[in-house]
Ligand binder design. Structure first.
Ligand code: ADP
Ligand code: 5GP
Length: 216
């Protein structure tokens, strides 16, 4: 057995990997790459009260719900965290996350700093927080323009909001400055690999070491 597969064979609790960044820093690019390469991690699909954008699919990008349904889920304890972003409500449904973690599967979160703070209060031991920064203000602006997803007014609004988002970087465990994309991808993979080896998550080590010692 290779070193990786021996380690993977030892049971562990899953982890919660949070990626946050100012818009345009490359969070979605890094998240997509990780999800495509790594079968042991899945994306937490949030609920939101905002309407779907062109091309978004219900159940894949978000679960699009009404404000009444949102209130019902919140009051029924079905949400792990929630926040108001740009006038809409966003939240993480609890059940899917708890199910994944208890089966040793990791969950990736694309949520803002408000949600990250709530997860840090509720589930600190499972949480790994990564903040993505652009290498410079010029690069951030170029990326927002080159992405060609937003009007110039929206790009200007996102640039104006970037400083507020960036002010939350000290609340994260890791910070990746996304300059060379391949280096940033490798850094994210390295963080995940190390966090998966953390002793506190590895519930199977007691049995593994017992067998090991019994056979010495
Ligand atoms: P976010 O999800 O943080 O808003 P995106 O992942 O959509 O940002 O990235 C914004 C734009 O920048 C996209 O067009 C993406 O292809 C590009 N991009 C991402 N990372 C890099 C990088 N390291 N170098 C150059 N362009 C990048
Ligand atoms: P968008 O509407 O562009 O998809 O997302 C807007 C913002 O809401 C992004 O910063 C995104 O990270 C954040 N967001 C998306 N889902 C959630 C969620 O479940 N909880 C929190 N707290 N923020 C979220």
């Amino acid at each position: 057995m290779s070193e990786a597969s021996i380690n993977d064979a030892v049971a562990r609790r899953g982890l919660m990997l949070v990626l946050s960044s100012p818009s345009g820093a490359g969070k979605s690019t890094l998240a997509r790459d990780l999800l495509a390469k790594d079968d042991a991690i899945t994306l937490s699909v949030s609920v939101t009260t905002r309407p779907p954008r062109e091309g978004e699919v219900d159940g894949r990008d978000y679960f699009f719900i009404s404000q009444d349904k949102f209130a019902e889920m919140r009051d029924g304890g079905e949400l792990l965290e929630w926040a108001e972003v740009f006038g809409n409500s966003y939240a993480t449904p609890r059940a899917a996350v708890e199910e994944a973690l208890s089966h040793g599967h990791d969950v990736l979160f694309d949520i803002d700093w408000q949600g990250t703070q709530q997860l840090a209060s509720a589930m600190a031991d499972d949480l790994v927080r990564v903040f993505i920064l652009p290498p410079s203000a010029t690069a951030l602006s170029e990326r927002l323009i080159n992405r060609a997803q937003d009007s110039s007014a929206v790009v200007a609004k996102r640039m104006a909001e970037a400083a507020k988002e960036i002010s939350h970087w000290p609340e994260y465990d890791y910070v990746i400055i996304n300059d060379d994309l391949e280096v940033a991808k490798a850094s994210l993979a390295a963080i995940l690999a190390a966090e998966r080896l953390k002793r506190k998550r590895r519930t199977g080590l007691v049995a593994f070491t017992r067998t090991l010692v019994d056979n010495l």
